[in-house]
Design a protein around this ligand. Sequence first.
Ligand code: NDP
Ligand code: 8X3
Length: 270
Amino acid sequence: MLFSLIFKATQVSLTKKKSMTQTAFITGATSGIGKATAALFAKNQIRLILCGRRKERLKALEEELGKLTDVMTLQFDVSNKDEVFSAINSLPENFSNIDILINNAGNAHGLSTIQEGDIDDWDAMLDINVKGLLYVSKAIIPKMTEKNSGFIVNIGSIAGKEVYPNGNVYCASKHAVNALNKAMRIDLNKHNIRVSAIHPGAVETEFSDVRFKGDTEKAKTVYSGYSALQAEDIADIIHFVISRPYHVNIEDLVVYPTAQATATIIKKEG
Ligand code: NDP
Ligand code: 8X3
C-alpha cells in the first residue's frame, strides 16, 4: 500500500515536471482565444509568456494564472517592430527557452466595401495580423532553430480560406497567414519545428466589438440566434494540437460552429 502510494506520487511529480518544462509564448492573451488558451495551458502546467497591449489585463492574468504555473507578461504592440524585438530580447534566461509560439494577436477593423474602406483600418489589419505575426516569429524562430525543436501555431480564420462581401482586407490578411503557415512549414522543416494553423469560424469574443469600433449592440448581433463557438472551444483544439506526440503535426484545421456552413451562411433561430 505504502509502496503504491509512493509510486503514484512519483509518477504525478514526474508528469508535472515533464510538462512544466514546456514554455509557451502567446500573443493576444488579454482577451478571447488567447486568454482562454493561456488558462488551459496554465491548468496543464505549461509555463507562460503572455502578451498584449492592455497592461491591467496582463497584470490580472499574471496574478490569476500564476497560481497554477510560472507566468511572465510582456506588454507590446505586435505591429511595432522595435517594441517586439526589445520585449522578446528582454526575456530573462529562465523564460528564454520557448517551446510553443501561439501567433494569435489580431483583429478585423471595419467591415466595408473596398471602395469605401478606411485606409487606417487597412493599415491596422495588415500591420497587426500579418506584419505583427512576422515580427514576433522572426524574434522567436532563432531560439527554435538553434535547438532544432519548437512548435508554432498560427491562428488564421475562415477568412483565410474564403472571401466574403466587405471582408476584403481582413480576408487578405488571413489569406496571408494561411500562406505564411505553409511557408513556415517548408522553411522550418529541416529544423524539426512543427507548424500548424487553426482557422475558426465565428467565435464569440471581443472580435466584433473591435471590428465595429466599440458598437457592442451591433457586435452582439453577429453571435445572436445560434450557438457561436466560444474561445474555450478553440483553446481546447489548440491544446489538442500541441499535445500530440512530437512526430505528429496537424497542418491545418478549419472549425465552424455547427450552425455555420460558410462565412455568410449561418442558420439562425427566429
Ligand atoms: P479578441 O478581440 O477577443 O482578442 C484579440 C487579442 O489580440 C487581444 O488580446 C488583443 O490584446 C490582441 N491584439 C490586437 N491587436 C494587437 C496589437 N496591435 N498588438 C498586440 N496585441 C494585439 O479577438 P479573438 O480572440 O477572437 O481573436 C484572436 C485571433 O483569432 C485573431 O487573430 C482573430 O483574427 C482570430 N479569429 C477570430 C475569430 C472570431 O470570430 N472571434 C474567427 C477566426 C479567427 P490587446 O488589445 O490587449 O493588445
Ligand atoms: C473571424 C471570422 O467570418 O468574421 O475571422 O472572418 S469572420
